[in-house]
Write a protein that binds this ligand. Structure first.
Ligand SMILES: Nc1ncnc2c1ncn2[C@@H]1O[C@H](COP(=O)(O)OP(=O)(O)OP(=O)(O)O)[C@@H](O)[C@H]1O
Ligand SMILES: [Mg+2]
Length: 345
């Protein structure tokens, strides 16, 4: 009896061990997994519920392992991209630094060139100013003497001498007005000449200048596209000089049968005056120079090459700027922009 009892106890213990061993293995594996270790599959081969549990556990372990591999792959790719990005950022930063360095260098060169140009400009202005002043006095004396001879000594000089004196007087007058124009440019450019700013009817002024010139030159058609009224702040006399010079050029360089057109357009920011002609035009290589004093494409049509220099100074003294477009044989167009703030109504 005792033997039977002992055998049955032994069998029971064996059965309990057989059941608990896989359970312990599962518990250990789960415990290790929850503790942060990489889960490992359990080796349980039983065909009961514990076997199924172990199978499910192993599938989960397999899935986790696969996800981990995927994650590692993604991480590796991210790392690679990160490195490429870092290299690109580094390269771009270097390129940007280089561009900034070149820009700074160019700015310095530009500043130096501007300083040199300004110095040259100042020297030129000083020379023109003193030369004109020096010429003024002897010219006045010569003119006074010729005037005296031509009027008070008229009876004691022959007709030939009188004719010669008249030619000399004409030339002296031309030189005098050139000297005055040079002085005017220098004073306008150096802001020595104060503008007499008042209310100017720009439309009326343009019409006045255009009709003065068109009366002298009726073989050229004059077209005007002007607003009904435009009152601006400006120096009336200087603006009169400006339009007379510009329109004078348009007439001077346009053959008979041609057309001169003046138009005014405006918006909030600016007032644009355009003087366009169908005349001889200006070759491209001369365009950058035509606003310089004494510059002429050809001397054949007279004048002294000072008109456009005066025009430019007057425009700039009014806070505006001027530009030109032209093709030889196709006429020329001069554009003037005045700042919108000059507009009164
Ligand atoms: N509308 C135009 N068509 C063709 N050429 C022009 C025109 N306006 C100016 N030019 C060229 O620009 C040059 C300079 O013009 P600017 O008015 O300064 O001098 P100018 O008319 O020759 O002499 P000035 O005006 O002193 O009597 C002219 O000599 C001419 O060659
Ligand atoms: Mg001129």
């Amino acid at each position: 009896m005792a033997v039977v009892a002992a055998i049955s106890l032994g069998l029971t213990l064996l059965a309990v061990r057989l059941v608990t061993r896989p359970l312990k293995a599962l518990t250990r594996a789960t415990y290790e997994f929850s503790g942060g270790s990489t889960p490992l599959p359990v080796d349980i081969d039983s065909k009961d519920e514990i076997g199924e549990l172990a199978l499910a556990f192993n599938r989960m372990v397999e899935r986790i392992a696969r996800s981990q591999r995927d994650l590692e792959e993604v991480n590796a790719r991210l790392e690679e991209m990160n490195q490429t990005l870092e290299t690109q950022v580094e390269e771009r930063t270097q390129a940007l630094k280089e561009t900034i360095r070149q820009l700074l260098e160019a700015r310095d060169e530009l500043q130096n060139a501007y300083a040199e140009m300004k110095q040259m400009h100042d020297v030129k202005a000083a020379f023109l100013r003193s030369a004109s002043h020096e010429l003024r006095t002897p010219l006045t004396a010569i003119k006074a003497n010729i005037d005296y001879l031509c009027s008070y000594e008229r009876d004691s000089i022959s007709q030939d001498v009188y004719d010669m004196l008249r030619v000399v007087r004409k030339n002296i007058n031309n030189i005098s007005s050139m000297v005055e124009e040079i002085l005017e440019i220098v004073r306008l450019e150096s802001s020595q000449l104060p503008l007499r700013i008042g209310e100017v009817n720009l439309v009326g002024l343009i019409q006045e200048c255009a009709s003065e010139l068109s009366m002298l030159q009726q073989e050229i058609e004059l077209v005007m596209e002007l607003p009904e009224s435009l009152i601006i702040k400006g120096d009336r006399k200087r603006l009169h000089d400006l339009f007379t010079n510009l329109l004078g050029n348009a007439y001077k360089f346009t053959p008979h049968g041609g057309k001169v057109k003046v138009s005014v357009k405006m918006d909030d920011r600016s007032i644009m005056v355009e003087v366009r002609d169908t005349g001889v035009g200006i070759p491209k290589e001369h365009l950058p120079h035509i606003f310089e004093p004494f510059y002429q494409v050809t001397k054949a049509r007279g004048g002294s090459g000072l008109g456009l220099a005066i025009v430019k100074s007057i425009v700039e003294r009014h806070g505006g700027w001027i530009d030109v477009e032209s093709k030889p044989g196709k006429g020329a167009a001069f554009f003037i922009w005045f700042p919108g703030e000059l507009r009164i109504s």
